[in-house]
Structure formats: C-alpha cells, structure tokens
Design a protein around this ligand. Structure first.
Ligand SMILES: [Zn+2]
Length: 103
C-alpha cells in the first residue's frame, strides 16, 4: 500500500504516466487561448507533457495537443508554444529538483 496517493497524468506525446508535478500543463482557457500553465491551476481543458522539448515536438508531429485540447492548434501557435516550452524548461527542471529535495 502506498502511503500517499500521487496524482498521475499521462503525457500526451509519449503516453507515459507521470506524477502531475513532473509534467508541464498546456491549457486551453475558456477564452480560447492556448498557453503553458506552470501553475497547473488555470481553468480550462489541459494537456500534459513531460518537461522535455522532444515530447513537445512529438506531440506537434502527432497533433496530440489538438486532440487533447479538442481544438485546432495551428502552426503559428505550435511555434509560439515551442518557444515558450524551451524557455520554461529550465525553470521547470529547477522546480522539479526543489520538489525532489522536499522530504
Ligand atoms: Zn512525454
């Protein structure tokens, strides 16, 4: 028996189940905006990706985000998200290490 239930989510690209904290959430807000949500708390339909740009590219190739978000993600938006993804990757990795150090 596990001491504590860790919420798991599936990466939409590689289909791997991971603790929510180790995934980057991409959200489609009720306003119809698609953006990266590092807080994981923004309202809207979310899609999760491992914090790896390879997975982002895989998701783009498979149009996995379109399916997960039930919306068309056009090429420009994928470009913008990829740029943001690369930007937040370092920040995300740092936060992950910090979480890992917690008892
Ligand atoms: Zn993945």
């Amino acid at each position: 028996m596990r001491p504590r239930k860790i919420p798991l989510r599936k990466c939409v690209a590689c289909q791997e189940m991971m603790p929510k904290k180790e995934l980057i959430r991409i959200v489609r807000t009720p306003e119809g905006e698609t953006l990266i949500d590092l807080t994981g708390k923004k309202p809207g339909r979310g899609a999760y990706l491992c914090g790896k740009v390879e997975c982002f590219r895989l998701a783009r190739k498979a149009r996995a985000l379109d399916r997960a978000l039930k919306a068309t993600v056009d090429a420009d938006l994928y470009d913008r998200l990829e740029q943001d993804f690369v930007k937040v990757q370092d920040q995300f990795e740092a936060a992950k290490e910090l979480n890992a150090r917690e008892p």
